[in-house]
Each structure stands twice: as C-alpha cells, then as structure tokens.
Design a protein around this ligand. Sequence first.
Ligand SMILES: [Zn+2]
Length: 81
Amino acid sequence: MDIVFNCKCKKSFSVEDEYLLKKDSLKCPNCEFEIPKKSLEYLKEGLSKILEAREFLRVPPPSNVVMAKPLYSIEFKIIDD
Ligand SMILES: [Zn+2]
C-alpha cells in the first residue's frame, strides 16, 4: 500500500507503507520540505493501526491461483481534501 503525500509545492510523492514505518524523517523529494517529526510519529502510529485493521479484511486467494498481492474483502482509501 502506498501513502501519497501532496506537498505545499504542489508535487506529490508516495511512500510504501512498510518503508514509511521505518523512516525517522521524511522530506519532499521536490522541495526538500521536511514533515515535522511529531507529525511523522503520529502518522506512523496511525498507519500501523490501519495495517492492523486491513489484516482483518484479508481473504485467502482461491487455492488454484497464486497471487502476487493479497486479496481484501474491502479496500479503502483515505482522502483528505
Ligand atoms: Zn514539496
């Protein structure tokens, strides 16, 4: 799952969830704006809860099919406007 950031410089960039959880700092690759540490900390806490919630939505793939990505009964997006 990718987390998409829309920066104040109008560019967007995405970070893979597992990778984001390991980050201690995060900067926009376009303008170098650094996400405040406290914000990143809360985001990581929230993200780990989202990943836990997502686990409950996981469904086993049919036994004759090999899936590269897990199947979910429901997918969700968080849209902030
Ligand atoms: Zn930026």
